[in-house]
Design a protein around this ligand. Structure first.
Ligand SMILES: NC(=O)c1ccc[n+]([C@@H]2O[C@H](COP(=O)([O-])OP(=O)(O)OC[C@H]3O[C@@H](n4cnc5c(N)ncnc54)[C@H](OP(=O)(O)O)[C@@H]3O)[C@@H](O)[C@H]2O)c1
Length: 274
């Protein structure tokens, strides 16, 4: 193990809100980057010494905040050489979530996408993956995050703290947005009115509203996929994009870091041997 992400979802695992196959007490952590120590006899994609990243759930043994981590080979991705270890450790869950959200969108130049909560680690990557399809993407975030969100490919950002933001956004897509992604807790129901008839609303915060006007509503829950993770990580690096890591800690500091992350402090990374 070289780096393991601490995300707000680890708090869900800790309190029993996300079943990852094993219950605490255990080492937490469902995403990681490191060097392959050994492989099973039928594993052909990887060999000892390979640099990899992974999201795993259900867990095979215990979580990734540890010196060693056991994962299914199918969940593992090769780490792009130019991807920093600490970023690689925090990338798997938000990046897979983003590509699984966007997989349900139509994509392409005729698509208009709204991403709500784009200042977050996952929300920002949803912008990046949606814009990569050629779609026109607009997003909500606080003004201090606007530059970063535009760097991910949003053509315009709206400050979600301004009560008029929905009216402003509606002017950009008079018939409604073809696809809307929600990455802000409790906010999905307030977005469905912005979706075009027959469009798509995907939420990652477990709050899918009832469908109306033929809108396809999806409650996206991240799933491991080593092949998709490998392609998306390589794509992100090739586009010169990354995610912000708010801080790092050793194994002894992980509990305190999780408290900060759960309060909205952004992604932290455990460096098990650092
Ligand atoms: N279903 C899944 O598989 C899955 C996967 C990953 C994440 N998630 C969940 O998705 C949520 C977002 O994850 P994340 O990694 O992006 O979190 P994060 O990095 O902690 O970011 C949260 C961001 O949400 C923004 N925000 C807060 N309230 C908002 C509101 N009312 N409207 C718009 N934006 C608001 C804040 O932006 P400002 O800084 O601009 O104020 C903050 O930066 C979390 O609840 C997480 O647990 C679910």
């Amino acid at each position: 193990m070289r780096a393991a992400g601490i995300g707000n979802w680890d708090e869900l695992v800790r309190i029993g809100g996300w079943d990852v196959g094993i219950r605490p007490p255990m080492a937490l952590g469902v995403e990681a980057a490191g060097t392959v120590r050994d492989v099973g006899s039928r594993v052909t994609r990887f060999a000892p010494g390979d640099a990899v990243l992974v999201h795993a759930a259900p867990l095979r043994d215990q979580g990734a905040w540890a010196e060693l981590f056991l994962a299914n080979a199918a969940d593992v991705a090769a780490k792009p050489a130019d991807l920093e270890w600490r970023v690689a450790g925090a990338l798997p869950v938000p990046l897979l979530t983003a590509i699984q959200v966007v997989a349900g969108f139509r994509g392409g130049r005729d698509e208009t996408v709204l991403v709500h909560g784009a200042a977050g680690v996952t929300g920002g990557l949803i912008v990046a993956m949606a814009s990569a399809t050629g779609a026109r993407v607009v997003a909500t975030c606080s003004p201090r995050a606007a530059r970063r969100v535009r760097g991910y490919g949003a053509s315009e950002t709206f400050d979600y703290r301004n009560p008029a933001w929905r009216d402003q956004a509606r002017l950009r897509a008079p018939g409604g947005f073809g696809s809307v992604a929600n990455a802000a807790r409790g906010e999905a129901a307030g977005l469905i009115a912005l979706v075009a008839d027959g469009g798509r609303l995907a939420t990652i915060t477990g709050d899918p509203p009832r469908s109306e006007r033929g809108v396809a509503v999806t409650d996206v829950y991240v799933a491991p996929d080593g092949v998709d993770l490998e392609a998306a990580a390589a794509d992100l690096v090739a586009r010169g994009l990354s995610i912000a890591v708010a801080g790092t800690c050793g194994l002894g500091g992980a509990a305190a870091a999780l408290e900060r992350v759960a309060r909205g402090g952004g992604a932290y990374v455990v460096l098990p041997t650092g």
